[in-house]
Design a protein around this ligand. Structure first.
Ligand code: SF4
Ligand code: SF4
Length: 275
């Protein structure tokens, strides 16, 4: 858990927000080409992953999951790591978490899609040209909900945080436990075939932000008049999100704001990142 206050606790979320703003502008202007996307992915892994890990000091690596875990830990664990800790260090993670979730709500999970280093690393691995499979959303979300329940029950009953034992983000500080090495290896191998397996099967922030994205302001929206029903967007989407959006379902699977559907659409007006 966080041991002391540092201005970096504010600077890092501010940089995350700046990238979300730039990504949103690019999505709205249909400027997310494969090259642009790849540079943000590689840059995000290097800066938000490895560089930020060097500035983390003692405690959690800076990332959206750490913000959520800190808040949950302080809600459910009594003692120095919990509500009895410094009020400043209790309020700040909550504020950061609210800002991250707010950004995800405004621009549909763009925090996950453009900022989170472990999400971006999985994205990078998924680019290796190998056969891909798309597990059903029902499967991924059920497993993820179970992992979230296990996290909360562990914290409440025994002060136990299962992610702390196998934190995949510790990869960026090169300070992994044996459990983390095993988890990272499994996730990155799986990511060669399945898009963002950690995000969609296990991540607690992924679950919470998925709930929010159902009511997000900006997201891929189809203009039915302009749409030629070619479904190129559905094929381009690495998850089943675009299929759900195309079918007009009330709940859609995780959309990571990657922009692939918009880039693929041959009708400029038919698919846009808008209200
Ligand atoms: S869902 Fe993926 S991208 Fe989003 S916070 Fe979790 S690990 Fe990061
Ligand atoms: S391709 Fe899929 S994940 Fe990417 S922005 Fe479109 S709907 Fe979202």
């Amino acid at each position: 858990m966080i041991q002391g206050f540092s201005p970096l606790l504010i600077v890092r979320p501010a940089l995350w927000l700046a990238v979300v703003v730039v990504a949103t502008i690019l999505l709205r202007r249909r400027k997310v080409t494969p090259g642009v996307r790849l540079s943000f992915i590689v840059g995000g892994v290097l800066v938000f992953g490895f560089l930020f890990a060097q500035t983390a000091g003692v405690g959690l690596q800076p990332n959206p999951v750490a913000a959520l875990r800190t808040v949950l830990g302080r809600m459910f664990i009594q003692g120095p790591g919990g509500v009895a800790g410094s009020p400043m260090l209790t309020i700040l993670p909550a504020v950061v978490l609210l800002i991250l979730l707010g950004a995800g709500w405004v621009s549909n999970k763009a925090i996950c899609g453009w900022v989170c280093p472990f999400g971006l690393l999985q994205d990078l691995f998924h680019r290796v040209p190998l056969p891909k499979c798309r597990p059903s959303f029902r499967l991924t979300n059920t497993v993820r909900a179970g992992a979230f329940v296990a996290l909360v029950v562990g914290l409440v009953v025994a002060g136990f945080d299962w992610i702390e034992k196998a934190d995949p983000f510790s990869l960026f500080s090169l300070n992994l436990t044996q459990w983390a090495i095993a988890l990272v290896a499994v996730v990155l191998i799986a990511a060669l075939f399945v898009y963002r397996p950690w995000c969609r099967f296990l991540c607690p922030f992924g679950l919470v932000s998925w709930l929010l994205e159902q009511v997000s302001v900006l997201r891929p929206r189809i203009d039915r008049e302009a749409c030629k029903e070619c479904k190129v967007c559905v094929k381009a989407c690495p998850t089943t999100a675009m299929a759900d959006i195309y079918d007009g379902k009330k709940l859609h699977a995780d959309c990571f704001a990657c922009g692939a559907c918009i880039a693929a659409c041959p009708q400029k007006e038919a698919l846009q990142w808008r209200k």
